[in-house]
Design a protein around this ligand. Structure first.
Ligand SMILES: [Zn+2]
Length: 441
């Protein structure tokens, strides 16, 4: 509706509203620039608020059993766009609805969007349901159970738009969209959160990982002997971070960003892959025997970069990225299918990924990995060696143990504690240790 702007004709809009009400008893929504205000708070600047004009609208609203749908964001919907004392702003645009309409669209709300060339703000009415589709709402559900409904999207959007929409990650369960601040756990904006964002931006402006280091990390990643999906995963983790909960939240989608595995901290890429107790356990018992210790200000990229200065072997990196991949897989199984997997299982799967890849490349090989740690559990020596040919698991493990002892001796150690995850070897440990100082090496 558009209300007459001339003073003498203003009452006509009120008459029109009442006449329309008499003509139909349907659920009604009435929207427009009424050129009338409801209260004195609808006006800023200019001459006096005219109560007799407001009464025209008040009376019509009462007669039609309308109520104001309200609005969010801006106080005044119209401005004469002049500066200083000349500026005049008024709330002239409104949405009214009767009870029948409101019952049909519970939770509908009005948002005044940002400016505009016109003197009026663009306005958006958001409804939970879609008019005329009340008998077939399912058809219009854009996603269900965490999956985009491609057919529905194609029906509603252009091909290009569908492609863009499909890139948006979805929460596991269907939830109603809400406005959320992406910097806080609960999505609520606070001055404190803004302060932290400013600090973070300042910190990020000084890159902690130099471009040369970064290039080296890329090269080492692309050179690993593992399936391409793992390289892509590694690239994503380094480049943008994997879609852990904290990241999903940062994209404006409101989810619980607490780690689903430990339930103790925000689930960032760094937490999920390294500092979560569940990840630490995997690294600790892995063949890489990594004792994860990450400083608070470090990112996942920093951590990898730091490791890359310690370990150069391609085999080491192949296993490293396969373990990361499996930690990520375990997390998804945990979160989406409530599957629990032991640390040792994650490690075995990572090692077998490398084996399978080598086999697919036509290279039946066995890798020997040796790691020596000190009493604090820190890795002091780590080495990997490839062995051509196929061996039974026990034989391969025994060869790995022999290899470990070799490098430990070479590194100048004389007293050892051997850790094995093979029961057969464990039972034979005394036999193994005996010839240690004499014939075996
Ligand atoms: Zn965790």
């Amino acid at each position: 509706m558009y209300g007459y702007p001339d003073d003498e004709a203003k009452s006509k809009i009120g008459e029109l509203m009442v006449n329309l009400k008499k003509a139909s008893q349907l659920p009604r929504l009435c929207e427009g620039d009424f050129n009338l205000m409801l209260t004195s708070s609808d006006k800023k600047g200019g001459g006096n608020f005219k109560t007799h004009e407001a009464n025209i609208l008040r009376e019509a609203v009462r007669e039609c059993n309308f109520s104001d749908l309200g609005y969010v964001r801006h106080d005044y919907m119209w401005s004469n766009n002049r500066g200083g004392d000349q500026n005049l702003q008024e709330g002239l645009d409104r949405f009214f609805a009767n009870e029948e309409w409101k019952e049909r669209f519970p939770g509908a709300y009005v948002t005044y969007l940002d400016k505009r060339k016109s003197g009026h703000l663009p306005v958006l009415l958001s409804c939970k349901g879609i008019p005329n589709c009340t008998n077939d709402r399912r058809k219009w559900k854009l996603y269900r159970g965490g999956v985009w409904q491609v057919d529905v999207l194609k029906e509603l959007f252009s091909e290009e738009e569908v492609k863009e929409i499909m890139k948006i990650p979805l929460p596991k369960f269907d939830t109603r969209d809400v406005w959320a601040c992406n910097q806080t756990k609960d999505g609520e904006y606070s001055v404190k959160s803004a302060y932290h964002v400013a600090l973070k931006q300042k910190r990020e402006a000084q890159p902690s990982t130099s471009s040369m280091e970064q290039e080296r990390v890329w090269k080492e990643l692309w050179a690993i002997e593992a399936p391409p999906k793992i390289k892509n995963f590694g690239w994503q983790a380094l480049q943008r971070g994997i879609p852990a909960r904290a990241k999903i939240l940062s994209r404006g989608i409101r989810v619980d960003d607490i780690c689903p595995q430990c339930g103790e901290e925000r689930e960032s890429s760094l937490h999920l892959l390294t500092t979560c107790e569940n990840a630490k356990g995997v690294w600790r018992i892995s063949r890489l025997r990594l004792n994860v210790c990450v400083e608070g200000r470090f990112s996942f990229k920093d951590w990898v970069s730091k490791l890359s200065t310690c370990y150069k072997e391609k085999e080491w990196w192949s296993l490293f990225w396969c373990i990361l991949w499996e930690i990520w897989n375990r997390r998804n199984g945990w979160d989406f299918e409530q599957k629990r997997r032991e640390h040792i299982d994650v490690n075995h799967k990572a090692v077998s990924l490398i084996g399978e890849y080598s086999k697919a490349q036509g290279k039946p090989t066995n890798g020997n990995n040796a790691v020596v740690r000190d009493y604090d559990g820190d890795v002091v020596v780590a080495a990997c060696k490839k062995k051509e040919g196929e061996y039974a698991v026990d034989v391969a493990e025994a060869m790995a143990m022999r290899f470990s002892l070799q490098i430990a001796i070479e590194a100048g150690f004389h007293k050892f504690i051997l850790e094995v995850d093979n029961l057969k070897l464990f039972n034979h440990r005394w036999v193994m240790v005996k010839p240690l100082s004499s014939k075996l090496l």
